[in-house]
Design a protein around this ligand. Structure first.
Ligand SMILES: Cc1ncc(COP(=O)(O)O)c(C=O)c1O
Length: 385
């Protein structure tokens, strides 16, 4: 049975160039970058090279990149690090109801420490209104954190408009963007969008898991949240994950070589996918619509069906999808994102997320559509009343 992996928003397979780079590093460059001898200097150079490669993809400078253990740590560092640094100026923050748990939980932690957080709603397409953000700003607002692409629906948030609104403020709050899902798929250039802090992750761009980065615009100050040997100028203590960092650098380089064609290629596949589903399963509902969504994520519901039953039935056929966000799909709670879109319970329960990457082929999409149609119809016969 030929397997079809359509869960690239959860994680992506490593490409050979990344595996080669990480293997070479593991074999040859085992030095500690803090060591003063040659091996240490070689390890340090690997960090510098990788910072350059990641920074080039977002038109920033290497000094603006801080490697972390992933998108989760980047989000926590941005949010807690800003809140602690700006506490004297204010304790009010703004975010949305559809953020990733690594953002929502960091804010919930701040609330327990006396900070005030507004979680703004989104419209039926899963998009926050820049006007709502403007109306919510106060003298004591220190941080606005908005994701670029939502991991469950693919909805794209109006980052440019929000950046302009914030730039016009006298007491400008720090602007953090979780760009984990858009990095490498859509262009996101922090210096051109008024972004101060931006979270990235390696394993969504064919790099290893457990490595990510936070872009910190030159001049923006945050407090560390990890303490110890003062690596990275004291911003993140702990011996650097050199193999992971090398892998993320190699993945960024691989991604950069394809960055012009990637959005077009993915959009073409997504269109094929959506049209195929609509034709074979006319009752299917595309959550968040197709306009203004990222080219690699399609959230689709079959009201009356169980998304999890569908996921496992597809798995039997060698097809891998997700029921919601990878990070929350093990919990039995309804997706907070689909709830925020005001969908009814039956639509939420019957939803799956299909996500692709540059490695997905047209042939895979063409093979997947009849498998999905047959599986939905078969399950529907047993479960629909
Ligand atoms: C939007 C978003 N932010 C943050 C993360 C967390 O990234 P990581 O898995 O690298 O911790 C994810 C992971 O799915 C995500 O989709």
């Amino acid at each position: 049975m030929k397997e079809i992996y359509l869960d690239h928003a959860a994680t992506t397979p490593l490409v050979p160039e990344v595996i080669d780079a990480v293997t070479d590093c593991l074999k040859n460059d085992y030095g500690n970058p803090s060591s003063l001898h040659r091996l240490g200097i070689r390890a340090e150079k690997r960090i510098k090279d990788a910072k350059l490669k990641v920074s080039e993809l977002i038109k920033a400078s290497p000094e603006e990149i801080l490697f972390t253990s992933g998108g989760t740590e980047a989000n926590n560092t941005a949010i807690l690090g800003t809140a602690y640094d700006k506490k004297r100026r204010g304790m009010h923050c703004i975010t949305t109801a559809i953020e990733h748990p690594s953002v929502l939980e960091a804010f919930s932690h701040l609330e327990s420490q006396g900070y005030e957080v507004n979680y703004l709603p989104v419209n039926r397409d899963g998009v926050v209104s820049p006007e709502d953000i403007k109306n919510c700003l106060r003298e004591d607002t220190i941080l606005v954190s908005i994701m670029h692409v939502n991991n469950e629906t693919g909805s794209i948030q109006p980052i440019k408009e929000i950046g302009s609104i914030l730039n016009a403020q006298k007491n400008r709050p720090v602007f953090h963007v979780d760009a984990v899902q858009s990095f490498g798929k859509l262009e996101i250039l922090p210096h051109f969008l008024g972004i101060d802090l931006m979270s990235l992750s390696g394993h969504k761009i064919h790099g290893p898991k457990g490595i990510g980065a936070l872009f910190i615009r030159k001049g923006v100050r945050i407090q560390p949240i990890i303490f110890g040997g003062k690596q990275e100028g004291g911003l993140r203590s702990g011996t650097e994950n050199i193999p992971g960092i090398t892998g993320m650098g190699a993945a960024a380089e691989w991604t950069a070589r394809r960055k012009e064609e990637t959005p077009y290629y993915l959009s073409g596949l997504k269109k094929l996918l959506a049209e195929g589903i609509k034709k074979t399963l006319p009752d299917a509902v595309i959550n968040g619509g197709l306009e203004n969504t990222a080219p690699h994520i399609l959230s689709v519901s079959f009201p009356g069906l169980g998304g999890e039953i569908l996921l496992h039935a597809l798995e039997e056929k060698g097809v891998y999808v997700s029921t919601g966000s990878a990070c929350s799909s093990r919990s039995r709670k309804y997706s907070h994102v689909l709830k925020a879109l005001n969908l009814d319970n039956s639509t939420i329960e019957g939803s799956i997320r299909i996500s692709i990457s540059y490695l997905t082929t047209e042939e895979e999409i063409r093979s997947f559509i009849p498998i999905l149609a047959e599986t939905v119809k078969r399950i529907g016969r047993f479960t629909r009343r």
